[in-house]
Design a protein around this ligand. Structure first.
Ligand code: GLC
Ligand code: GLC
Length: 643
């Protein structure tokens, strides 16, 4: 019997046993049609993952019920949106798409206040807003909300579920998509499941990885990377009350879920559908690389993690097909790429571009950027990069050591240099960052800091040096220009549109002081917003430039559904790429990553028979036969002469 007919036979049996009477006749028909299309794939994904379970059939039946309930709860407005998304499945590739990530309580007082501020984002040109985790989480340290205690309750300090739904609705009316976090690798230790596990309930103890002694944790630990080595060595935390060890990849209060248990998958599908039904368009798959654990494996990027994510996506196709996944895999670029697929994650952060942009600023050299991206930028054309320079997290140097070695760069030593440079310990550095999670065993470290402070603005203002300030602003504008044009959705981080500096106030908060990432999570005050009105203030310069870039981006289809080719210039300081539509329309870009002027002959970029092209940014014209001179940190955006 073919695999498909086996899955359909299974579906037939399941349907005979499931009571969907809470759905109307029409809804039942619609739902069953979706099942017929997607269940075979779901079955093919789940059977190999859970074949060790004698009770798999029972879990499939509960999963089907979970899906049916999710379908019943999806509003007709959202079902309508699903329909229009299905008619235009690559909606997120549009040239007008520009994202922003922010914490509700750092850009507003609460959800109600944020609803009143939608216009701010709209005016800036934002089309998708990622609200950092806003669910109920422990008091004090909650890893910035990434320790979720209840997905179905909004953090009372921020508001209510009703207000969140209203916000989602109002955002949709303003043409802004809502992105929410799906934190499915772990829950907080205050989550109901964890509480029940603590109380001794075996069923819920099986939701996590709990061990009576160190025997297994020691064996696992041999192969695991430590994500927060300054919190704790190894990946397990001792629980006094239970006299047990629990798997905690991140903080001690973030318990990793055990996906070897199909009940966990089913339960998290329920939470996911709840979030989808709130009215979000994008789910950010937090820490997705860690979701499958196996002894002897590093427990990151396991093939079964991919199958699970695809299975989650399949469930979404059945209930909420208008919603897409965004992968947050901050891992080796080979592994980042594996999450990107229309049936897995349609969107993915681009940590390689991010890290290499910072590398090029530090070294003033573009070789590693050009060499790495030339082979690594291209992804499935139905998918899309999310390009960013800063976010709420640290910067990790996730480039490929092989790519570096091909250029004679030693990856390990080079990372040491980058950490020194961005924490201001390197002679002549302009950057003011902070080290994060130094690992004394292997010397590993990451960097925190705001865009503006890492680009030198904080130092320039302290030194009251207008020339240094101009350089810092030019750096910010350059790298904003790159994420805006290189292909994919640019994602701006809160406050970067105002050139906000590091915020050191976290050092005085006992719940935050150990976590340097808070230096780049500033509160956006009314005073900071006022700055943009002051002509020639740093905020003004950065803001004006960003607005202009967003406006241009939205004018040219080539910035949306086009392809990118990195041009192999082999110039030490310049980096170039071309965007192209399927109809052959092209825009060329050249960036100077150095604080000195540099020249290049136009024929290295433009075909010789081409008419001169206008640079949108400087307003100057450039021809293939000319020698081009680029000012420090200049970006050329050469559009087509006819449009
Ligand atoms: C993600 C988040 C990060 C958090 C971690 C654990 O990487 O971006 O802030 O600490 O997951 O949830
Ligand atoms: C590591 C992890 C990433 C996490 C980050 C938090 O880079 O790979 O998932 O967000 O640490 O600091």
């Amino acid at each position: 019997m073919s695999a498909k007919s086996e899955s359909l036979r299974c579906l037939e049996k399941l349907l005979a046993e499931c009571d969907f009477s809470f759905l109307s006749q029409r809804e039942q028909k619609h739902f069953e049609k979706r099942l017929l299309t997607h269940f075979p794939r779901l079955f093919d994904l789940l059977v190999p993952v859970y074949q060790h379970r004698y009770d798999l059939y029972y879990h499939l039946r509960s999963l089907l019920m979970e899906l049916a309930h999710g379908f019943a709860q999806r509003s007709s407005k959202l079902k309508h949106r699903d329909k229009s998304r299905l008619a235009e499945p690559d909606w997120y590739r549009d040239e007008t798409m520009v994202g922003m990530a922010c914490y509700v309580d750092l850009v507003a007082d609460d959800l109600a206040d944020l609803t009143d501020k939608i216009d701010y984002f709209k005016q800036l040109g934002i089309r998708y807003l990622h609200l950092m985790p806003l669910y109920k989480s422990p008091e004090g340290d909650s890893d910035g909300g990434y320790a979720v205690s209840d997905y179905r309750t909004v953090d009372p300090k921020l508001g209510t579920t009703k207000q969140l739904k209203q916000l989602a609705n109002k955002m949709a009316d303003a043409g802004i998509s809502l992105a929410l976090d799906f934190v499915f690798n772990h829950t907080s230790d205050e989550c109901d499941w964890a509480q029940q596990a603590k109380a001794g309930d075996q069923e819920h103890q099986d939701f996590y990885f709990l061990f009576d002694d160190r025997r297994l944790p020691d064996q696992y630990d041999q192969h695991l990377r430590e994500i927060f080595p300054s919190v704790r060595r190894g990946c397990f935390s001792y629980l006094d009350d239970m006299d047990k060890w629990v798997w905690t990849t991140f903080n001690n209060f973030q318990w990793d879920l055990n996906y070897q248990n199909p009940a966990v998958f089913r339960a998290m599908v329920g939470e996911m559908l709840y979030l989808a039904n709130l009215g979000c368009d994008i789910l950010r798959l937090d820490a997705l690389a860690f979701v499958w654990k196996e002894l002897g494996h590093c427990c990151e990027n396991h093939p079964k993690a991919h199958m699970l994510i695809q299975a989650f996506n399949c469930c979404l196709q059945i209930v909420a097909p208008g919603v897409v996944f965004k992968s947050e895999a901050i891992v080796h670029p080979d592994e980042v790429a594996k999450y990107i697929h229309p049936e897995e994650c349609q969107l993915s952060y681009n940590p390689l571009l991010m890290a290499l942009i910072w590398n090029s600023l530090a070294t003033r050299k573009t070789r590693l950027l050009e060499h790495s991206l030339a082979t690594r930028f291209e992804i499935n054309t139905d998918c899309c990069w999310v390009n960013y320079v800063r976010c709420h997290d640290d910067i990790g140097w996730t480039f490929d050591d092989g790519n570096a070695a091909e250029l004679g760069i030693n990856g390990y030593d080079h990372r040491l240099f980058l950490n020194q440079f961005f924490t201001g310990h390197f002679e002549g550095s302009y950057a003011k960052g902070m080290g994060f999670q130094f690992n004394p065993e292997n010397g590993d470290c990451r960097v925190c800091g705001s865009l503006a402070s890492l680009c030198g603005l904080e130092q320039a203002l302290e030194m009251q040096e207008p020339l240094l300030e101009a350089m810092a602003l030019a750096r910010i504008n350059l790298i904003h220009g790159i994420i805006m044009t290189i292909g994919g959705i640019p994602l701006i981080y809160q406050g970067d549109e105002l050139a906000i500096l590091n915020d050191y106030s976290f050092l005085h908060d006992p719940h935050k002081t150990h976590d340097a990432r808070w230096v780049n999570r500033p509160k956006i005050t009314p005073q900071a917003l006022e700055q943009v009105r002051l002509k020639n203030s740093a905020a003004y310069v950065v803001n004006q430039h960003l607005r202009q870039l967003i406006q241009w981006r939205g004018q040219y289809p080539v910035m949306g559904r086009g392809t990118t080719q990195i041009i192999r210039l082999e110039h030490p300081h310049l980096f170039a790429y071309v965007r192209q539509t399927e109809h052959g329309h092209k825009h060329y870009f050249v960036a100077n990553f150095s604080d000195a002027k540099h020249q290049i002959s136009g024929s290295k970029i433009l075909p010789v028979d081409q008419l001169p092209r206008l640079d949108l940014i400087s307003g100057q014209s450039f021809s293939a036969s000319g020698e081009w001179q680029l000012m420090p940190y200049q970006l050329l955006w050469l559009k087509e002469s006819n449009g």
